[in-house]
Design a protein around this ligand. Structure first.
Ligand SMILES: [Zn+2]
Length: 174
């Protein structure tokens, strides 16, 4: 395939041109709504901006940095009490769909993460069928994300993203 040497270059440039205005939009909520892509299978809103080390989306607004899922919870669901955590029912840290977020104490969040195997490694394994993961990888790739960023969101290694997006798909290597 001709696009394997410069993966995603063309769609990425196209997206940046199209969304430059929205990325500078003075209303933070307009910017927020432009920074995720809905996973068609799970309904997760997968954050397209930068992620922190734990895999949560970062979203700066009103002169301060915040986490995308916490912004989403506050905007759509209501205030977050002091000391409370916003947890994911979908176990996808990069998701910022308010319908997938619930309010818990810090202890709840740690317990939840531990039960789901997210501690202590901070693993970002995406929970879906192989077909679903392949679909998600293609969807994110088509949005113009770099292979490294697609891999972080789908919870697979960069080599898997490369094989899938370049058509050399190996089903057994997830
Ligand atoms: Zn979700």
């Amino acid at each position: 395939m001709s696009d394997t040497t410069t993966p995603a270059t063309a769609p990425r440039q196209r997206i940046q041109r199209r969304s430059r205005l929205v990325h500078r939009h003075p209303d933070p909520h307009v910017r927020f709504m432009s920074k995720w892509v809905e996973d068609e299978v799970t309904g997760c809103w997968i954050w397209q901006g930068s992620l922190n080390d734990a895999g949560y989306g970062r979203f700066a607004h009103d002169g301060r940095s915040n986490l995308a899922h916490r912004y989403s919870y506050q905007y759509f669901n209501g205030e977050i009490p002091d000391g409370a955590s916003v947890c994911h029912s979908c176990d996808t840290p990069a998701c910022c769909n308010p319908a997938h977020l619930w309010l818990g104490s810090q202890a709840d969040n740690m317990r939840d993460a531990s039960q789901k195997g997210r501690l202590p490694t901070g693993s970002r394994r995406y929970r879906g069928t192989p077909e679903h993961i392949v679909h998600l990888i293609r969807q994110l790739h088509d949005q113009g994300l770099r292979q490294k960023d697609v891999a972080a969101r789908a919870g697979v290694c960069v080599g898997t993203v490369y094989r899938i997006t370049s058509g050399l798909r190996h089903r057994e290597t997830y």
